[in-house]
Design a protein around this ligand. Structure first.
Ligand code: URQ
Ligand code: ZN
Ligand code: ZN
Length: 481
């Protein structure tokens, strides 16, 4: 199976140049000018278009069982929707119920993901702690290619990780060469604020952001970063949504601490006015955590992305339809938390990022693909246009236009948080595993074609931290000498 992408401009994280890209058997075989290829090769005309690494969305929750229901998007429809938007690889989450085995949860999610149409990997959440959890973490790293462990500091009474879990798990992750990641919201504060709001008779979706003010994220972000600093481990903050959390990330990074920050396309483009909508269904459709924030926070997040203090963009694609969100009709704490976006991430970021000059095309590639590949140690297999890399590629039409709508999207959810947004710059072709799977609005996917991507431990930054540890070991007594 061979395919030639002809006449385009290759755009990578560090350069843009005219070149053809020749793919054979799922890999990029050649990148160069005016390539001649064997007869029978499928040819895509990319003249006037950009040829970029396929998007990597490091934060999705396909068919997640959560808050008494199951997310409406499954691995088949969700990965297909991703391909329609230029995303060729997702990193989803295995989330064991507290007290249950990480290994059995991992096998369950692997089974669910079999139907994926594009490649996928898994972070595994640590939602409780004992010696068996440590053992399962070791098995997952050494035998199953997991190199990142998630900690929900929110969701008290469900999957919340307290400080004991954070400290034990971060330490174990370091020993294994795996990256700890956190959902940074103080779950106790959320719980108490929710009770207070309900007692005041505030039961509608407008109560959701009031129960999660910025300081709820700011405190947890700082706490996770300080725990990582004390233990000398790296840490990755998912869905940074506030200036408070961004300031903690920025301070830590300016002091040389290995802290990574992720921002959602939604948090960059949607503000908290959505919760004032009188239509319950519209307001509830936007209930996700952390909540959408005032416009001022968006400006700060864009600066975080431009400055390099935030490295990746994601969607936290976790869909619930109106009938599912209605569970919280009389009590906002019962509205399943989550919104979609896996299909629209790249186009909304191109439109608001590249078309406005906030990001260069190369920075766009960094934040939608390459940085995630490097942080989660899949580079250059993923996140690159280079000989030997996976042939996961998006051909980008900078003049293409589209109005985003739930009426036309491929996502299996009855609402689109970007509804009505007009974008310029859209994917015209998506290539996954060297096959043309999306072409000018039409998907051509195969159920189960997706591969599980094993990610090795000890990404390069582990070696760097190791050297710093040697110079200034953790728990050393006279550290100030
Ligand atoms: O918190 C998360 O990331 C999961 C449970 C999806 N829901 C959400 O509101 N973000
Ligand atoms: Zn989260
Ligand atoms: Zn999430």
């Amino acid at each position: 199976m061979s395919l030639l992408i002809k006449g385009g401009t290759v755009v990578t994280a560090d350069q843009s140049f005219m070149a053809d890209v020749y793919c054979v058997d799922g890999k990029i075989a050649k990148v160069g000018a005016d390539l001649t290829v064997p007869g029978g090769t499928e040819v895509i005309d990319a003249a006037g278009q950009y040829v970029m690494p396929g998007g990597i969305d490091p934060h999705t929750h396909m068919q997640l069982p959560f808050m008494g229901t199951v997310a409406s998007e499954d691995f088949y429809s969700g990965t297909a929707a991703g391909l329609a938007g230029g995303t060729t690889c997702i990193i989803d989450f295995v989330i064991p119920a507290p007290g249950t085995s990480l290994m059995s949860a991992f096998h369950q999610w692997r089974e669910w993901a079999e139907k994926s149409v594009s490649d996928y990997a898994f972070h595994v959440a640590v939602t409780w702690w004992d010696e068996s959890v440590a053992q399962d973490m070791e098995t997952l790293v050494k035998e199953h290619g997991v190199n990142s462990f998630k900690h929900f500091m929110a969701y008290k009474g469900a999957i919340m990780a307290d400080d004991e879990i954070l400290v034990n798990s971060f330490s174990k992750a370091w020993d294994l060469g795996a990256l700890p990641t956190v959902h940074a919201e103080n779950g106790e504060l959320v719980y108490q604020l929710q009770k207070k709001l309900l007692a005041m008779g505030i039961t509608g979706p407008e109560g959701h952001p009031q129960s999660r003010p910025p300081e709820v994220e700011g405190e947890a972000a700082n706490r996770a970063i300080r725990i990582a600093q004390a233990l000398k481990t790296p840490v990755y903050l998912v869905h940074v949504s506030t200036e408070e959390a961004l300031d903690s990330v920025t301070r830590a990074r300016s002091e040389g601490q290995r802290v990574f920050g992720e921002v959602l396309a939604g948090h960059l483009l949607i503000d908290d006015s959505v919760y004032k909508n009188k239509d319950f269904d519209v307001a509830a459709a936007h209930v996700m955590s952390p909540p959408f924030r005032p416009k001022k926070a968006q400006d700060a997040l864009w600066k975080g992305l431009q400055s390099g203090n935030l490295q990746t963009t994601a969607t936290d694609h976790c869909c619930f339809c109106a009938d599912q969100k209605a569970a919280g009709k009389d009590d906002f704490t019962k509205i399943p938390n989550g919104t979609g976006g896996v299909e629209n991430r790249m186009e909304v970021l191109w439109n608001a990022g590249v078309n406005t000059g906030r990001l260069t095309m190369n920075e766009f590639v960094k934040v939608t693909s390459t940085n995630a590949a490097q942080i989660f140690n899949m580079y250059p297999r993923k996140g690159a246009i280079a000989e030997g890399s996976d042939a996961d590629i998006v051909v980008w039409d900078p003049k293409g236009k589209k109005t985003i709508s739930a009426k036309t999207h491929h996502q299996n959810v009855d609402y689109n948080i970007f509804e009505g947004m007009e974008v310029t710059g859209i994917p015209s072709h998506t290539i996954s595993q060297g096959k043309l799977v999306y072409c000018n609005g039409k998907l051509n996917v195969v159920r189960g074609a997706g591969n599980y991507i094993k990610r090795p431990p000890f990404a390069p930054y582990f070696d760097a931290i190791g050297k710093m540890r040697d110079m200034d070991p953790p728990f050393s007594v006279d550290r100030d000498s």
